[in-house]
Write a protein that binds this ligand. Structure first.
Ligand code: BMA
Length: 318
């Protein structure tokens, strides 16, 4: 149901061109945050250099396929106000509320991964607002509107240590906040399905509102001999988004192309941005709207696949 764009992978390491030695001949570019930015599409690319250091680089496009990529990474202000050593800031997820763009990102600090929140009005720089908790957590996605008067997000607490030593998780939670910094876990939304395609899970791009419910794209990992990262979809109640209306039985995208199966981490499609340009005055995505899904492939490239909201909702019932 998702069609890969013929120009895939749409962004690769050779597309990062910079005179900054830190961005010279980089290893990989993947897991981009993305948002409609005026009449353009903006991506925040996760770029990894040969020191395995991470940078966020802005890219802008009019057609969503051909991107003009900045030759410098985006400046992040406000990190000096914290004591922790931050090793990496990565996997950004972007949500617009009013005139402000908020970015949730994973932040590796000593011994754990925390969720940080940032804001910007124009993406000339990002302002770090703070960590949104002190427990290991990842895949935070902010809703584009408040739910029952509070900011709302899905997140994925990491409670499990797997063989590689990495912490991961198998539950997506609904959390709420008065101020975007202090979050309270409210309801467990869904769990991994052992033995099937989505044994471990985490939210993908921020949820998209439709007249049928909140549409959430998520990643699921089959914990086989080697993990296989795939993409799935679930429809959630508009008023109580922790309640599932229907969850797709099948993945809707899985590693099949060589550039998805081979790379820094093999067999990974990891969705982080979903753009639907046709949103009505109630904030609902039009059912026939084309959806652009941007994803990291094998932790090495950026891929693009398209579908429609209606087909994605249908997939929730398949
Ligand atoms: C997840 C995250 C992602 C990464 C994926 C595959 O746990 O770390 O950033 O793309 O693993 O390696």
């Amino acid at each position: 149901m998702f069609k890969r764009h013929p120009k895939n992978p749409i962004i690769s390491s050779k597309d990062i061109v910079s005179s900054n030695p830190e961005l010279k001949d980089v290893s990989s570019v993947f897991n981009p945050g993305g948002i409609q930015f005026g009449d353009k599409i903006l991506l925040l690319l996760r770029v990894q250099n040969r020191g395995r250091e991470t940078f966020l680089v802005k890219a802008i496009s009019t057609d969503g396929v051909q991107f003009g990529i900045e030759n410098e990474y985006i400046q992040i202000n406000g990190l000096d106000k914290i004591d922790e050593t931050v090793f990496h800031i990565y996997d950004p997820r972007i949500t617009k509320m009013g005139d402000t763009y908020y970015v949730f990102a994973a932040m590796d600090v000593v011994g754990k991964c925390l969720l940080g929140i940032f804001k910007t009005l124009d993406f000339t720089s990002l302002e770090f607002l703070g960590f949104t908790g002190d427990e290991d957590n990842r895949n935070g996605v902010l809703f584009p509107e408040k739910i029952h008067g509070k900011y709302a997000r899905f997140d994925r607490p990491n409670k499990m240590k797997v063989e590689s030593g990495v912490t991961t998780g198998s539950q997506i939670w609904f959390s709420e906040s008065e101020d975007l910094i202090h979050w309270e876990s409210k309801e467990m939304v869904m769990e991994g399905r052992l033995h099937f395609w989505d044994e471990m899970i985490g939210a993908g791009p921020p949820p998209v509102k439709t007249e049928k419910g909140w549409l959430l794209v998520y990643h699921g990992i089959a914990m086989h001999y080697q993990p296989i990262y795939q993409v799935g979809v679930v429809l959630l109640d508009l008023d109580e988004p922790w309640k599932i209306i229907s969850r797709g039985r099948y993945n809707i995208l899985e590693p099949r192309e060589m550039w998805e199966m081979v790379g820094q981490v093999p067999n990974v499609v990891f969705p982080t941005a979903m753009i639907c340009e046709n949103i009505d005055e109630n904030g609902n995505a039009n059912l026939e709207c084309e959806v652009k899904l941007y994803y990291g492939a094998a932790d090495t490239h950026v891929g693009l696949a398209t579908s429609t909201i209606r087909k994605m909702i249908d997939a929730c019932y398949a």
